[in-house]
Design a protein around this ligand. Structure first.
Ligand SMILES: [Zn+2]
Length: 271
């Protein structure tokens, strides 16, 4: 079994899967040491930097490095907060309201991450905790990733909101579910395409958008399938074995119908 992570794409960009040749985003040495920021000394340096007064070139360079590290630490804290919230409550997709009990107000949102966690735990015979879902900075245009060896990656510098974190987490958890439930060979393009189709379709990232309300079921289906197909094709395009856009589209086409209709562990696609 390959240990190459499968990437979860951001809103539109293609996501090349990580390979042994790429820097491993899960590597723990990318976690920086703490930088002391704040307090009178930090503000003195900030002011000196902004006004370009009283700072040598070396001190300016050091300040820029410290500021970058500070931003990274803040992003990590925010990402872990969103991650932990979703693991505890999941949240807000109208797509998954049907998972709520009947007496739950419709304004409350369905627990997609909780639902996926429970289903993964049934197969895994172990809990899904924050230990296997790590927040790290990513160099590429991706919001998350899944590696059979390392777990789930959340790209702390790419996540836009708690909702975006929920969609990303759900996407990667569907890859994890597929990995545990089916005999997935991540280096097989058709297997990869199938999991990407399912992850995009079921995670909520292709949900019916607000501006589309009222256009009817047929428009929903067309929008949803188009979005899933586009995102899956972009992900497959980044696979090391994929030759070009035409190749990616062809592989996605080959498996689309059977993978799109396979909604496990959900009963159906909710909208
Ligand atoms: Zn993916």
């Amino acid at each position: 079994m390959s240990s190459s992570p499968v990437d979860g794409p951001p809103t539109t960009e293609a996501v090349p899967p990580q390979t042994a040749d790429n820097a491993n985003p899960f590597a723990s040495n990318s976690i920086p040491d703490r930088v002391v920021t704040g307090g009178p000394e930090w503000w003195r340096r900030s002011f000196a930097y902004m006004t370009n007064m009283g700072m040598s070139p070396e001190e300016r360079a050091q300040f820029e490095a410290d500021r970058g590290l500070k931003r990274e630490q803040e992003q990590c804290v925010q990402c872990e907060k969103w991650r932990d919230y979703n693991l505890r409550y999941s949240s807000s997709s109208p797509l998954f309201q049907k998972f709520q009990s009947t007496d739950t107000p419709r304004t409350h949102i369905g627990p997609i991450v909780r639902f996926l966690t429970e289903n993964i735990e049934k197969i895994r015979s172990d809990t899904v905790s924050s230990d296997i879902i790590r927040c790290l900075p990513c160099n590429k245009f991706q919001s998350g990733g899944f590696s059979p060896s390392y777990g789930i990656l959340l790209c702390q510098n790419r996540l836009l909101s708690r909702k975006h974190t929920e969609d990303t987490l759900a996407h990667e958890m569907i890859h994890m579910f597929d990995h545990l439930r089916f005999d997935v060979d991540w280096m097989d393009l058709r297997h990869h395409a199938c999991s990407e189709i399912r992850a995009s379709s079921l995670s909520g990232e292709c949900r019916w958008t607000r501006e589309s309300f009222g256009r009817g079921v047929w428009d929903f289906t067309r929008h949803h399938q188009g979005c899933v197909r586009r995102r899956a094709t972009l992900s497959v395009r980044g696979h090391p074995k994929c030759k070009d856009d035409v190749h990616a589209a062809k592989v996605v086409n080959q498996v689309f119908d059977s993978c799109f209709t396979d909604t496990r562990p959900f009963d159906e696609i909710y909208r």
